[in-house]
Design a protein around this ligand. Structure first.
Ligand code: 6PG
Length: 264
């Protein structure tokens, strides 16, 4: 894996892509943490900072706990990492459903991260206003950093049992957005309002990394991996960088075993 990041994203030959199956969720999260750290060091060496968009849901909590553990916490250049969120529920930061709140409890409160490096979506604000504000913040950040455009070094993604990722749900208008970078979304007709990065932003990233764990995801993972129609939002994640990686555990890959999944 370290070969991939000899020069970070600059290495056109360096590719982090593929499908990695791990014996346990712990091994999945350990590798995801190592990949994030390797990519971070490569990008900080190349341009002086690293940007990551965190996913919501419960799966990434295992990664956050790993990064906050004694095994990793002191190995991370926290001051050089800028944290963003790929999506958020339209609730306050103290609400138990808040993706920011979950990451704060699991990681951000346990590592020495400068407060200015943490940029949450304001779920407590009116959704349209919060989405527009977050998009402005993303554009301003990358402009101030001298980047060519909004392009995250690493975006973590989960997989919902209906094939959604972040808050891009099947059939939602957010899924077909081509201009805006952050929009309001809903899970189903009358589901709770959410905020989500859109595919134009996600697919402009250096690396998109799916984290999928547990037998409950086996059916949808097989469906997504075998579908070329784009019916599943997760299947539309296709970064122009070519760096799309799936970190899955044996439970999630249980219906794929023997299909040539790559050992992690
Ligand atoms: C969210 C996530 C969402 C999540 C999937 C999988 O805010 O809920 O962004 O897309 O990744 O629903 O959730 P689990 O990891 O909890 O299975």
């Amino acid at each position: 894996m370290s070969e991939v990041f000899k020069n970070g994203r600059a290495a056109s030959s360096g590719r982090l892509k593929g499908f990695y199956v791990f014996d346990s969720p712990e091994e999945l999260f350990r590798t995801a943490a190592r990949v994030m750290i390797e990519l971070c060091y490569a990008e900080v060496a190349r341009k002086g900072y690293f940007t990551v968009a965190l996913s919501g849901g419960s799966t990434p909590l295992g990664l956050y706990a790993m990064l906050a553990s004694d095994e990793f916490r002191e190995r991370v250049a926290w001051k050089d990492i800028h944290f963003f969120w790929g999506d958020e529920r339209c609730v306050g930061p103290d609400d138990e459903r808040s993706n920011y709140g979950a990451a704060l409890r699991a990681l951000l409160s346990k590592a020495n991260i400068p407060a200015g490096n943490i940029r949450r979506m304001r779920g407590e604000a009116p959704p349209k206003e919060a989405a527009e504000e977050y998009e402005r913040g993303i554009r301003e950040f990358f402009r101030e950093m001298g980047a060519h455009g909004p392009s995250f070094d690493l975006v973590f993604l989960g997989l919902g049992e209906d094939g959604h990722t972040l808050s891009l749900f099947p059939g939602s208008g957010a899924l077909t957005e081509r201009e805006r970078l952050v929009v309001e979304s809903r899970s189903g007709k009358d589901g709770p309002a959410r905020l989500t990065m859109t595919l134009p932003l996600i697919n402009n990233s250096g690396v998109c990394a799916f984290l999928v764990s547990g037998h409950a995801k086996a059916r949808i993972l097989r469906a997504v991996m075998g579908d070329g129609s784009g019916r599943y939002p997760a299947g539309r994640v296709s970064p122009r960088s070519g760096n799309l990686v799936w970190f899955v555990d044996r439970g999630a890959a249980s219906t794929l075993e023997g299909d040539g999944g790559t050992e992690g």
